[in-house]
Design a protein around this ligand. Structure first.
Ligand code: TXA
Ligand code: MG
Length: 329
């Protein structure tokens, strides 16, 4: 395959180009508000198959169908319960994926053979405009090689998938920075299958009900395997109150460490450091970008200062739990 081309999301000619590549069955990485997605025409099985090859993702891990408008889900979903309508009204376009009973004939490549199909309307204008031109839905897993950190810039996409996909549509930095919340609406009661920026409390307020605690990440959805979203460099998490004491201990003599912190400045113990934020949404927005940067910084080990164990940090802790080989909580 020729080198991956970079398209500019502010140029309508480039959106046209992205749409025509997708229509021809090629792979194009697209910006969303959460992370970049690796898009393929959802109605083209051959194109969908290429997604698994490019990412080295095991077949059987299902893919989210991205729609340009809520009414399009009726092509994919069998019944649309009232809960889904309420959530769509409140949160779309936005970082919420709904798992709903699939329509007969939806490809097993997309659902991994599950009775449910995941649908989401992303909030990036260039991606919505591309899909409108295309007039079809797109499957789009995060645009990273399997097991690696999701991309939040077009550069991250190229670092992982250059030469394996036709194009990346550069739409700038992702504003949410972690993957969408997934809510499973296929059972008797809604269940959060993957935490994200839209929290359980937001969903409860919208639906006027109390949800049972989410399933543990390992049970939830097939892509939620424990080892996932990892930097190449060994990465450990350390709680704030143990940070000053533990930082020298977790660092074997002579190792260069890169510290990602939000409260406890590491001083000269770190050869590289990146400060995040005390605000959960800001922290999430910056997290993957910081991990990508540290992974390239030639350090022997990455140490991440863990945020507080509070409910508003749930999605961040979920991602850190996968990124870290070890945590000192
Ligand atoms: O924010 C996001 O959701 C991003 C952007 C690109 O939209 N996409 C994303 O896709 O994170 P991916 O494939 O990396 O993660 C989707 C998760 C996987 O864990 C997958 O197993 C689950 O959603 N999923 C998708 N379809 C499903 C289905 N039919 N049944 C059960 N789980 C499903
Ligand atoms: Mg992913």
């Amino acid at each position: 395959m020729p080198a991956t081309i970079k398209l500019d999301a502010t140029q309508s000619g480039d959106l046209e180009k992205a749409a025509s590549l997708l229509l021809a069955g090629h792979l194009v990485a697209i910006p969303t508000e959460t992370v970049y997605g690796l898009a393929a025409d959802a109605s083209n099985d051959q194109a969908v198959r290429k997604v698994f090859e490019a990412k080295q993702r095991p077949v059987g891990h299902p893919l989210i169908v991205h729609v340009a408008s809520p009414d399009r889900i009726s092509l994919w979903v069998d019944q649309i319960p009232d809960t889904a309508r309420q959530l769509i009204q409140a949160f779309w376009p936005g970082p919420l994926t709904l798992l709903l009973p699939k329509k007969n004939g939806v490809s097993d490549f997309i659902t991994g053979g599950n009775p449910g199909v995941a649908v989401r309307m992303p909030a990036h204008p260039a991606t919505l405009a591309t899909m409108q031109r295309l007039g079809r839905e797109l499957v789009a897993p995060s645009a990273n090689p399997y097991g690696r950190i999701s991309p939040t810039t077009a550069e991250h996409v190229l670092e992982g998938l250059s030469g394996k996909i036709e194009a990346v549509l550069d739409g700038g930095d992702c504003s949410v920075g972690i993957e969408s919340t997934i809510i499973d609406l296929t059972g008797d009661t809604p269940v959060i299958a993957r935490p994200g920026q839209i929290a359980q409390s937001d969903i409860e307020a919208c639906l006027g009900i109390t949800l049972a605690p989410g399933r543990s990440a390992s049970q939830a959805v097939p892509g939620s395997v424990k080892r996932h979203y990892q930097p190449v460099t060994p990465t450990v998490g350390v709680a704030t109150d143990r940070f000053a004491g533990l930082l020298p201990e977790v660092t074997p003599a002579g190792e260069k460490i890169g510290v990602i912190w939000w409260q406890s400045a590491p001083g000269e113990l770190a050869s590289e450091s990146i400060m995040l934020s005390a605000d959960p949404n800001e922290y999430a927005r910056m997290l993957y970008t910081a991990m990508h940067a540290m992974d390239k910084a030639n350090v022997d080990r990455i140490v991440i200062e863990l945020p507080p164990r509070e409910s508003q940090w749930l999605a961040v802790h979920d991602r850190l739990g996968r990124a870290c080989t070890e945590q000192f909580a």
